[in-house]
Design a binder for this molecule. Structure first.
Ligand code: CA
Length: 366
């Protein structure tokens, strides 16, 4: 081949290669150059804005979604009462007035009888066991079935761990001490208190302290030391009881408006789902890290008296809880199905917890 022909051939080949490469890359380059679609989302919550653990857990989900999506989804968080009231969160997200809602499913048990089973069941699953049921025991699929008619996709959106039994101004030495007691306690725990002769009240977090202080409430539960210290509940009650038999490992929820979710491309859908999953684990870590410090502050600085419910009271509450939960589960077909799933799961996972953590915790305290 003569030199000129050779150069010409190489140039031609290079041009052809370049042309091929260009044809292959062109769609990607075009895609990269096109402005990506961005989404402005609102998250409404049942918690006071920036409230430790719960409000900041909601903020965490928003931050993770915004960061992980490189700003393609921009989530703005609204505290209770900013856009809608605490107990209007479900309807707001269902209607699409907000795309995300952070709450506790038991707040909606008047609307969806099975909802309470997805947050907390008295004497039921711990945080770790709830996550196991949700992700690997069929719980989340049942929850999706419950929320589907409302155009909502539920997700476990944080867990408080085992809560505290609550704040009282009198000692609870027998179950009779609960009779006539007006106590803020939501969900199935409230139904158990009612059966024990008490008067359960459901109030959003922000209304608890003033109601306890004014005497409108005799007693209240809220979450645990980290949150209860932040609300100043020690200023209105003397005795702080443990354990939170009514909320052994409460799952918070992050619900997504289904229509808004379906409008997202697949990568953003995965980001939303996984950001919520990360935040679910993160909240439990934060509570586990901070509760004991807060409890020490309550006892040492605020002179709160830490008390344990007597075993006899707990045993009676447990017997009542078994009846109440069965009766609540029988009220509608979905509740029956959900409780059948959770109950079967509980019976097997309790054995594993007994053979692992419970056995170890016993050994550690020897
Ligand atoms: Ca609670």
């Amino acid at each position: 081949m003569k030199r000129r022909e050779f150069i010409g051939a190489v140039a031609g080949a290079t041009a052809a290669t370049a042309m091929t490469a260009y044809s292959n890359e062109a769609p990607q380059q075009q895609a990269a150059m096109q402005p990506q679609q961005t989404f402005k989302w609102k998250m409404v919550t049942t918690w006071p804005k920036n409230f430790p653990g719960l409000g900041t857990g909601a903020n965490n989900i928003a931050k993770l979604i915004t960061e992980m999506s490189g700003g393609r989804i921009d989530v703005k968080v609204y505290g209770a009462g900013e856009l809608v009231g605490a107990f209007e969160v479900f309807d707001a997200v269902s209607r699409g007035n907000a795309q995300l809602g952070h709450a506790g499913a038991y707040y909606w048990k008047g609307k969806i009888p099975s909802a309470a089973f997805f947050s907390a069941v008295p004497f039921g699953l711990t945080a770790q066991e709830m996550n196991a049921w949700m992700y690997y025991g069929g719980g989340l699929e049942l929850w999706e079935e419950a929320y589907k008619p409302f155009g909502l996709i539920p997700n476990p959106g944080g867990n408080s761990g085992t809560q505290m039994g609550g704040w009282f101004n009198k000692e609870i030495n027998s179950i009779d001490d609960l009779k006539g007691l007006k106590m803020r306690i939501p969900g199935l725990g409230g139904e158990v208190l009612k059966r024990a002769g008490g008067i359960p009240v459901t109030l959003p977090g922000g209304e608890i302290f003033p109601s306890l202080q004014s005497g409108a409430l005799d007693a209240t539960e809220w979450v645990g030391p980290y949150n209860d210290l932040a609300f100043g509940l020690y200023k209105a009650a003397k005795y702080y009881y443990t354990p939170g038999w009514h909320e052994p490992g409460t799952t918070m929820e992050c619900m997504i408006n289904e229509k808004a979710f379906n409008e997202l491309p697949a990568d953003l859908q995965s980001i939303v789902r996984n950001a919520i999953k990360v935040a679910n684990a993160d909240m439990l870590s934060e509570y586990t890290a901070r509760n004991q410090q807060a409890l020490q502050t309550l006892i040492n600085e605020h002179k709160v008296e830490l008390k344990h419910f007597p075993d006899s009271v707990l045993k009676q509450l447990k017997d009542i809880a078994i009846q109440v939960v069965e009766e609540e589960a029988a009220k509608d077909p979905l509740s029956t199905k959900v409780w059948a799933s959770q109950k079967a799961f509980k019976e097997q996972v309790m054995q594993w917890t007994g053979n692992s953590e419970q056995a170890f915790l016993k050994a550690r305290s020897l």
